[in-house]
Design a protein around this ligand. Structure first.
Ligand code: ZN
Length: 154
């Protein structure tokens, strides 16, 4: 009688262990599910401040995500500087300084279609369709659209 009750007890404890294991696994699954559900929401919040390169195809890029010195797209907002009452954006003090001094005419860029000189502050800034992290400075939407056509023909 005593022996059998001990056996029963042992069986009970092993059964509890199994249940606890099950609960832990269930807890982990719920935790994982929560991560899977909430991770995209967190990413969306981040994307407001950190640009997602692939989402800006064909869109005018916000100037504050461009370092206008070399036409790089930045993942964080850049810094504004006013030169000749126009606002330019750059990634660092070094770039800002070069813009301020207009070293080598860096305030201007060539429209990739017409070759015309464009003031970067007035340009239609669009992502380079062939380089995710670079922009072109277009004189107008027309030159941008024509540029896309030429590229697509190639
Ligand atoms: Zn820069």
């Amino acid at each position: 009688m005593k022996k059998s009750s001990r056996k029963k007890q042992r069986k009970n404890t092993s059964c509890n262990k199994g249940e606890i294991k099950g609960l832990i696994i269930l807890g982990l699954l719920v935790f994982l599910a929560a991560i899977i559900v909430y991770a995209p929401l967190l990413n969306n919040e981040v994307n407001d401040e950190y640009i997602n390169y692939s989402s800006h195809e064909g869109e005018i890029l916000p100037n504050r995500f461009v370092c206008m010195l070399r036409g790089d797209i930045k993942s964080r907002p850049t810094l504004p500087i006013e030169v000749n009452s126009k606002t330019y954006w750059a990634c660092c003090q070094n770039c800002l300084g070069k813009l301020q001094r207009n070293e080598n005419d860096v305030l201007f860029a060539l429209d990739p279609l017409s070759g015309e000189s464009v003031n970067k502050a007035d340009a239609i800034i669009r992502r380079d369709p062939q380089d995710n992290k670079r922009v072109f400075f277009f004189k107008s939407n027309e030159t941008y659209n024509q540029y896309l056509e030429t590229i697509n023909k190639k």
